[in-house]
Write a protein that binds this ligand. Structure first.
Ligand code: FES
Ligand SMILES: [Fe+2]
Length: 522
């Protein structure tokens, strides 16, 4: 499905970061054996493994909280948070999102030519400004009673205030809180402190910068999806390479098989030991490596890396895997997913973004229910008991353990929400609601929503055409359509139009609304 797949080298290493369908791993590594050869090993030729196969690993040591650890805390409010990729933001309308427990609205100030992020509550009676509009003067208008705000959050117009009365709009209570914000790496970021002393925060601290996203020799396509599980569960999932062949079975065709010296039995999915090494752990995140691949967690939102070495030669095909992990609310998170690459540029130009999103959404769907329930199981055990309630004896869980250690040591197992938040997981809805694609992705993706609109129109057109053709047959049966052949052609056209409309309806339902992923039959 993913057009990238055809660009891949035949042999690939299993990546440190979970890969989407068709994303290339580093160029051929001596650890690899082609798929056909691995199958022979499964059939009993395990002793013939090449000497360069993946070495067997030593048991992973769970890290217990050390007594007397320095009490360094992660400051969740002194960080930049992503709002959305700008390509998904309509310049003519305000956009609302919840991030870090606060509702914010982003809108484009056409006078200043910049994106702004405000509190999503009108100072009049707290209606959401994200449901508002941009007025003729380019101001943000609250549509409940028409109050208007400029780019600094100052109230400029209260329709109900008499022109000759006191200038009540100048009162500081009529202002909206405005957050520092910046567009970097084609993403709108904001800093969740609206106090005046933080206005110049950009001079002191910027969002993490991924140079490949801005490199003109690379192409990047973003995807955003709201997930029905929390920040920490999303983070550990994205940092976990060993779940990929199992939880996403059938969606990542083309990944090679690795071998484990001494092993006689391989399963169909091809899981093998992974020697993950974690280094440079601090309050600000950590780095990890696996074979030539590397990854880096820049707390709290950015996790990026490459299945190839950092020292990859210039001008060689190179791909970065970038995941932005957004805390939304307890039990809710958002992922932004991008894979800047410097090859297949022509394919990127001719492939609509929605087409890529179909594959990525299927990958995100396939472990969604697992993670939603896993989070509830963690909650039952007490999230502060994560280290005690799980059993992670192999180094393939190394990055997950490193993240959980970071979350324990510097965050005391808690996201530092920017507003008072009831720390309770939402109820589990039915699977079609839990895995809903429309509200979690399509409605906030300019490419998918445009594709959906066009496909729905085509579906209606096909239905109308099939009815019109049947009508023509009835009316012109004895006059224009005199032969059996003519009538057969017309009937076939009607059937084809109807069948195409049904096929399209099914395609729309599965790719833009809901399709279950049944692991048992994959
Ligand atoms: S609540 Fe916004 S104008 Fe009244
Ligand atoms: Fe999309």
């Amino acid at each position: 499905m993913d057009p990238l797949r055809i660009l891949l080298p035949r042999a690939q290493a299993q990546p440190l970061l979970p890969l989407p369908a068709g994303v290339p791993a580093p160029s051929v590594s001596p650890r690899l054996v082609p798929r056909r050869r691995a199958r022979r090993h499964r059939n009993g030729a395990a002793r013939m493994l090449p000497a360069s196969a993946v070495a067997s690993e030593s048991p992973w040591k769970e890290q217990e909280p050390a007594s007397g650890e320095k009490d360094e805390r992660f400051d969740w409010l002194d960080q930049w948070y992503p709002f959305a990729p700008v390509e998904d933001l309509d310049l003519g309308a305000p956009h609302g999102k919840m991030v870090l427990g606060i509702r914010v609205v982003a809108w484009y100030d056409r006078g200043a030519g910049e994106w702004l992020v405000f509190d999503d509550a009108c100072p009049h009676r707290l209606a959401p400004l994200s449901e508002g509009r941009i007025d003729d003067k380019g101001r943000l208008q609250c549509v409940y009673h028409g109050w208007c705000f400029d780019g600094r959050g100052a109230c400029k117009f209260i329709p109900q205030a008499p022109a000759l009365g006191p200038p009540v709009h100048n009162n500081s209570k009529a202002c909206v809180a405005s957050y520092p914000c910046v567009v970097q790496n084609k993403i709108l970021w904001f800093y969740p402190r609206a106090e005046p002393e933080h206005r110049d925060v950009l001079q002191r601290k910027r969002p993490p910068f991924i140079k490949e996203i801005d490199d003109p020799s690379f192409v990047t396509s973003f995807l955003v999806r709201d997930m029905p599980y929390g920040y920490d569960v999303l983070a550990e999932n994205l940092m976990d390479p060993s779940h990929v062949p199992y939880a996403h079975k059938g969606l990542l065709r083309g990944l090679p098989r690795l071998v484990d010296p001494g092993r006689e039995e391989y399963d169909k999915e091809g899981g093998v030991p992974m020697a993950v090494k974690v280094e440079d752990s601090s309050v600000n995140g950590f780095a990890s490596s696996q074979g030539p691949g590397y990854s880096k967690f820049v707390a709290p939102c950015t996790y990026y890396g490459s299945p190839a070495s950092k020292k990859s030669e210039k001008n060689k095909p190179h791909i970065m895997l970038v995941f932005i992990i957004v805390p939304v609310a307890p039990g809710r998170s958002r992922v932004m997913w991008a894979f800047p690459r410097n090859f297949g540029l022509w394919l990127h130009k001719i492939t609509p973004r929605w087409f890529d999103h179909i594959g990525v959404n299927a990958i995100l769907d396939s472990d969604m229910y697992l993670l939603h329930i896993e989070e509830r199981n963690f909650a039952k055990a007490g999230i502060e008991n994560w280290q005690k309630s799980v059993y992670v004896p192999t180094s393939s869980d190394g990055t997950v353990v490193a993240f959980r250690n970071w979350f324990r040591k510097y965050c005391r197992f808690q996201v530092g929400w920017a507003a008072p938040t009831v720390d309770q997981l939402p109820a589990t809805p039915t699977k079609d609601k839990l895995m809903d694609r429309y509200w979690s992705h399509v409605a906030q993706c300019t490419s998918c929503s445009a594709a959906l609109k066009a496909m729905k129109a085509l579906e209606v057109a096909l239905q109308v055409a099939s009815i019109a053709v049947v009508g023509l047959l009835t009316v012109a049966k004895g006059t224009l359509l005199t032969s059996v052949v003519q009538r057969a052609v017309i009937v076939s056209a009607a059937v084809l139009c109807f069948a195409a409309s049904r096929w399209l309806a099914d395609f729309i339902q599965k790719n833009f609304y809901f399709e279950d992923y049944v692991h048992a039959y994959k």
